[in-house]
Design a protein around this ligand. Structure first.
Ligand code: ZN
Length: 156
């Protein structure tokens, strides 16, 4: 771990802020990104950018991202849930998973949703959503993967 990595430091965050942690990945709410419905999905190991992930991280990232997006969507009732990755201010690999609920106006959607970082900062509101997202994540992540061949065929 690099000294003073803000994202590595999230390993110390309070239990009330944590959706899940496993060997490779963690999801938490992050002070200064404390908009209700926003979560960081981050590598536990200090790995920089997507190009710094190892094989095990690359193989599991998609599943974790899918399960967390699904959990956030269920828990918030969001019309859309975004995955944002820049890797510039904080090169430690992470994605911001951001619920875009129906009350977010048109000029705050897509990339402009980041303006809500200051406009809707609400740590208590963000923490209040954690238990519901944690429960939804636990439920979704425990489901077996469905092979694509067995998905129902439209009209079939
Ligand atoms: Zn780090």
């Amino acid at each position: 771990m690099e000294q003073n990595c803000l994202i590595c430091g999230l390993d110390e965050s309070e239990e009330s802020d944590v959706v899940f942690r496993d060997d490779l990945w963690a999801a938490e709410i992050v002070p200064s990104y404390d908009v209700p419905g926003w979560f960081f999905l981050r590598a536990r190991r200090h790995a920089e950018r997507i190009t710094g992930l190892d094989e095990a991280e690359l193989e599991t990232f998609g599943r974790r991202a899918r399960d967390l997006v699904a959990a956030v969507t269920q828990a918030t009732g969001a019309e859309a849930t975004y995955i944002l990755m820049f890797g510039e201010s904080f090169p430690h690999f992470h994605a911001l998973i951001a619920a875009r609920t129906a009350d977010v106006p048109a000029d705050r959607r897509a990339g402009d949703i980041l303006k809500l970082r200051t406009e809707r900062a609400d740590l208590d509101g963000a923490r209040a959503l954690v238990p519901a997202v944690r429960d939804a994540y636990a439920r979704l992540a425990s489901q077996a993967l469905v092979p694509s061949q067995s998905l129902p065929v439209a009209g079939g």
